[in-house]
Design a protein around this ligand. Structure first.
Ligand code: PLP
Length: 456
């Protein structure tokens, strides 16, 4: 057991391919369906929305997909990212020697989260295919920032539809996007039919990711020069994020340790997939017994209280229907500060793994998450984003449980972003002004009554 604090890989250790978990799954994932026809979508259906290289990755069964040289060059701006042993947090929790906490830190990217890992290849492939403009949605603003950064690198215009409540809570994310040259509007906006329809029905709508996706998809589908880019959920996004876990596998080896538990927060599932899929590969193919835990907010409990069914990815029913854990496409999450975790659905690959019992899930309330975030900041120094603070909470609970039981346990979690743009939320927490939400079952039931009926 090496005793270091910060495990740093050389630039030459940046992974040269992405890992595609589809190649190692016990059964293939259910196909996405056309939102109108309700039959499987083909590459032709997706062509108006995505570059062809992205579509091919979305449906690929290849285990490893090479990362283009131009993308690796950009990754070098911040990759490999560090992996830390949380010595000071362990000490504060008075953990015995056998209980150890590690974290992989993705907040060192230009946008401050894991999102550029996929924004960069998505902008690269778009540029390769002559796309001039990308349209997208953003919740907390992290994805919009990441795509704006990638757009500036590859000289592509970016239009971001930002969920209105986050637009108000996080004005500096918009400034960041604009600094990188992107255009950012509050969603629902007056710029699309989808946005205008929502505003006509509810002028005070605070927006949702489902609505913002509808706006961005409509924008891309109705303009010749524009494609759509999604920051989570889809297979190719999860694929791109696996650089995180591949590095972490190598870094845990440097630390002469192997995790018994790997923890990640889940919104759409991409940072969770990024850190866990390479460990799940070792679980599926090498008989490792690693526990894999997905952590979601109690206010948007997609895995723990949703159903595994075909549902629309967006509110206006324009995006493909996928089989996933869902709270219903009309679900309106409470205004919690972990904006990145407020999606009604879940990545189909993460849903499949949960359905098959390969991963576990837990829900955490926002005050408990912030309590852990503050302890983390006061021991490890880094101010975590609200989203990974949910993973920190569960990591701490796992560690304390092991301590109580007198067991040895090594826990790894993904610190997928910093919280420098989330200080309004920290302010509220510190002032004792941050409410807890738990979604009423009646509202979940109402949203679930609108699922499409699909013969299976
Ligand atoms: C976007 C984001 C999330 C949620 O998205 P996933 O696809 O579930 O990773 C979580 N944390 C941070 C820091 C984010 O930027």
């Amino acid at each position: 057991m090496a005793d270091g604090t910060r495990f740093i890989l050389p630039e030459s250790a940046i992974p040269t391919s992405w890992y595609n978990i589809v190649a190692d799954l016990p059964s293939p994932p259910p196909p996405p369906l056309h939102p109108g026809r309700l039959d499987p979508v083909g590459p032709g259906d997706l062509a108006p929305l995505f570059p062809m290289a992205i579509i091919m990755q979305e449906v690929s069964n290849e285990r490893y997909i090479p990362i283009p040289e131009e993308v690796l060059e950009v990754y070098k701006l911040w990759r490999p990212t560090p992996l830390y042993r949380a010595h000071r947090l362990e000490k504060a929790l008075e953990l015995p020697k056998g209980v150890r906490i590690f974290y992989k830190y993705e907040g060192t990217s230009p946008a401050g989260s894991h999102k550029p890992n996929t924004a960069v290849p998505q902008a690269y492939y778009a540029k390769q295919e002559g796309v001039e403009r990308l349209a997208t949605e953003t919740g907390a603003g992290q994805w919009g920032s990441a795509l704006s950064f990638a757009g500036s690198i590859f000289d592509i215009d970016v239009k971001v539809y930002m969920v209105k409540i986050s637009f108000a809570q996080k004005p500096y994310r918009r400034a960041m996007m604009e600094t990188w040259g992107a255009q950012c509007v509050a969603s629902p906006s007056l710029d699309t039919n989808a946005g205008r329809a929502i505003l006509a029905a509810d002028p005070d709508s605070t927006g949702s990711l489902g609505i913002a996706i509808s706006e961005a998809v409509e924008d891309a589908a109705t303009r010749e020069d524009t494609k759509y880019a999604l920051g989570s959920v889809l297979n190719h996004v999860l694929l791109h994020q696996t650089v995180v876990g591949q590095e972490a596998v190598a870094q845990m080896e440097m630390a002469d340790a192997y995790p018994d538990v790997v923890v990640g927060c889940v919104g759409g599932g991409s940072n969770f997939a990024g850190i866990t899929f390479p460990f799940i590969q070792e679980k599926l193919t090498k008989g490792r017994k690693t526990r894999i835990v997905a952590v979601e907010p109690a206010a948007c409990p997609t895995l723990t209280r949703g159903v595994y069914a075909y549902d629309y990815g967006d509110t206006a029913k324009m995006a493909p229907i996928v089989k996933m854990h869902t709270l219903g496409h009309s679900f309106m999450p409470a205004g919690i500060h972990a904006g990145g975790l407020r999606y009604h659905g879940m990545a189909p690959l993460v849903s499949l793994l949960y359905d098959q019992g390969i991963i576990e899930a837990e829900a955490v309330k926002q005050r408990a998450a912030f309590e852990s975030a503050v302890l983390f900041a006061r021991t490890e120094g880094i101010l975590p984003a609200p989203e990974p603070s949910h993973a920190i909470r569960v990591t701490i609970e796992e560690a304390l449980r092991a301590k109580e039981a007198g067991e040895d346990k090594t826990i790894l979690f993904n610190l997928c972003g910093h919280g420098h743009f989330d200080l309004v939320a920290y302010d509220k927490y510190l002032a004792g002004d941050l409410p807890d939400y738990e979604h009423p079952q009646s509202e979940i039931d109402a949203a679930l009554s609108g699922l499409p009926s699909v013969a299976e």
